[in-house]
Design a protein around this ligand. Structure first.
Ligand code: PGA
Length: 248
């Protein structure tokens, strides 16, 4: 039984003070639902958001990690460092990291494994560019991302992962995939996971849709049988909007 998970990806927004302001408002509005809420915040706001959400069932996570445990990697943050902050989840392979910072599937795979080793659940992002979609290559592209990103991850760890299907052409563009398009791709991802791990294990994995999710379109998206939640960027920065999405 998959419990729906709606996550806010703050990206590079909010100072710790701004994060605190958000949390105060969000906690006032939040009364617990059947849906799990997750805030994926910049490293610099993790401690603040953990403190401000203490005693609630709001989950907190990071947006990136480096795969080595420690060493001379100036500017990087390791999975044991994140574990020390008691976070629950961490995004890996967001298309902005793949695009701007050259993250390959191999890197995404190593990051996911490093997190799992510390008991942090990776939110593995996949999705095709507009060019690939227009050429009809989205199924092949996303299937191969899933295979590469999960490579060597055993079944007992795979079930702890979340997959976020985020077509790049729908991120921050206001252009959402239709529920049907999103649902079809999430079904394809489930099929790929079934072929890797079998039906029972694949059935436990949360698959989210991301890309211009807002209060106005969340209901139709969540209606699709293979979509178990959303990864929300822009609309998660506003506590009222994000709560409207969670309470869709
Ligand atoms: P968006 O971002 O909701 O602003 O399109 C989604 C994401 O990048 O995770």
């Amino acid at each position: 039984m998959r419990i729906p998970l709606i996550a806010g990806n703050w990206k590079m927004y909010k100072t710790p003070d701004e994060a605190e302001e958000f949390c105060k408002k969000f906690a006032e509005l939040y009364h617990g639902t059947d849906i799990r809420a997750l805030l994926l915040v910049p490293f610099t706001s993790i401690a603040t958001v953990k403190r401000c959400t203490e005693g609630t069932d709001i989950l907190v996570g990071a947006q990136n990690v480096y795969f080595e445990k420690e060493g001379a990697y100036t500017g990087e943050i390791s999975a044991p460092m994140l574990k020390a902050l008691a976070i629950d989840y961490c995004i890996v392979g967001h298309s902005e990291r793949r695009g701007y910072f050259g993250e390959t599937d191999d890197i995404v795979n190593r990051k996911a494994k490093a997190l799992l080793e510390e008991g942090i659940r990776p939110v593995i992002c996949v999705g095709e560019s507009l060019e690939i979609r227009e050429a009809g290559g989205q199924n092949t592209h996303v299937s191969s991302q899933i295979r590469a990103d999960f490579q060597g991850i055993p079944e007992e760890d795979a079930v702890k992962c979340v997959v976020a299907y985020e077509p790049i052409w729908a991120i921050g563009t206001g252009r959402t995939a239709t529920p049907l398009q999103a649902g079809e791709m999430c079904s394809l991802i489930r099929e790929e996971l079934i072929s890797m791990y079998g039906e029972d294990a694949a059935d436990e994995i949360i698959i989210q849709y991301g890309g211009s999710v807002k209060p106005e379109n969340i209901t139709d998206i969540m209606d699709m049988p293979e979509i178990d939640g959303a990864l929300v960027g822009g609309a998660s920065l506003d506590p009222v909007k994000f709560m409207d999405i969670i309470n869709f």
